[in-house]
Design a protein. Structure first.
Length: 263
């Protein structure tokens, strides 16, 4: 539930004209947002871009699963758009605690990678749609804006390329042997999760993205030994059948993402 529902949704106001292969900057209290693309579609019709979120000091925004109190960033493309699908990817978040809840998000400006498609390989096109996200200071404000821009207007723009390249470079690595969740056990109303860790100092942090119809409390570190860790998360609501959980596991300056089956 979005704990600022009493606040009306604010349409972001136009800040500057669109430039290069990007939308306008849209701004409101706490920050500004735009969509930027770089290059042309690859041989599989995928076009790289980013949802660039500039936050003022003290403001925050949400990860893909923000918990009980938020809404993840979303892009919805219109039927008139030359490109019909946008997948948002997420760099490692931080654990944020405020007077209302503990949640996963970003306490600073962030560029979320986006994969657009399908497009004609070696081309781009007009991208039209709307974006929706929440940003928070003391309370959270829903942001919504409509956009339309030509992704092929200046595909070699250097500034756009820097934004998009940096966004993708910040993504977690793929989980694998030595740095991954290795076991998930459902024990009554608790979810027990074991992880293998690299030889890095610091306290590991686990973020879980529950599928629709499932709610989990914030995972807590139960035990840390050399090369392993055990986490527990309370199950607030879950289907009876097995589901797939997406996770991000962070230790020091390293992070991995993967999926794991929950029995």
């Amino acid at each position: 539930m979005f704990y600022a529902l009493a606040i009306p949704v604010f349409a972001l106001t136009l800040a500057t004209p669109a430039g290069a292969a990007s939308s306008q900057w849209f701004e409101s209290d706490g920050g500004a947002v735009r969509i930027v693309t770089s290059g042309l579609a690859d041989e599989e019709g995928r076009l790289r871009g980013a949802l660039e979120i500039k936050l003022e000091p003290g403001w925050k925004t949400y990860w893909r699963d923000p918990g009980e109190a938020g809404v993840p960033p979303q892009i919805e493309l219109s039927p008139s758009s030359d490109i019909r699908h946008a997948e948002i990817l997420f760099p490692p978040p931080k654990r944020i605690t405020d007077p209302y809840a503990t949640w996963a998000g970003y306490p600073q400006s962030v560029a979320l990678p986006v994969v657009f498609g399908p497009a004609t390989p070696g081309a781009a096109g007009i991208i039209e749609g709307s974006m929706f996200l929440g940003i928070c200071e003391t309370i959270c404000i829903p942001f919504e804006a409509s956009f339309s821009f030509d992704a092929g207007a200046d595909p070699d723009n250097a500034a756009d390329g820097i934004v998009v390249t940096a966004a993708f470079a910040a993504l977690p690595d793929d989980a694998g042997p030595g740095f991954e969740l290795t076991r998930v056990l459902r024990q009554g109303s608790r979810l027990l999760l074991d992880a293998d860790l690299p030889p890095e100092a610091g306290e590991p942090v686990l973020f879980l993205d529950a599928p629709e119809g499932m709610r989990l409390a914030t995972p807590a570190l139960e035990e840390r030994e050399n090369g392993t860790a055990a986490f527990v998360a309370e199950i607030l609501d879950a289907p009876d059948e097995a589901v797939e959980l997406h996770y991000t596991l962070v230790l020091g300056g390293k992070a991995v993402s993967g999926t794991v089956a929950m029995p």
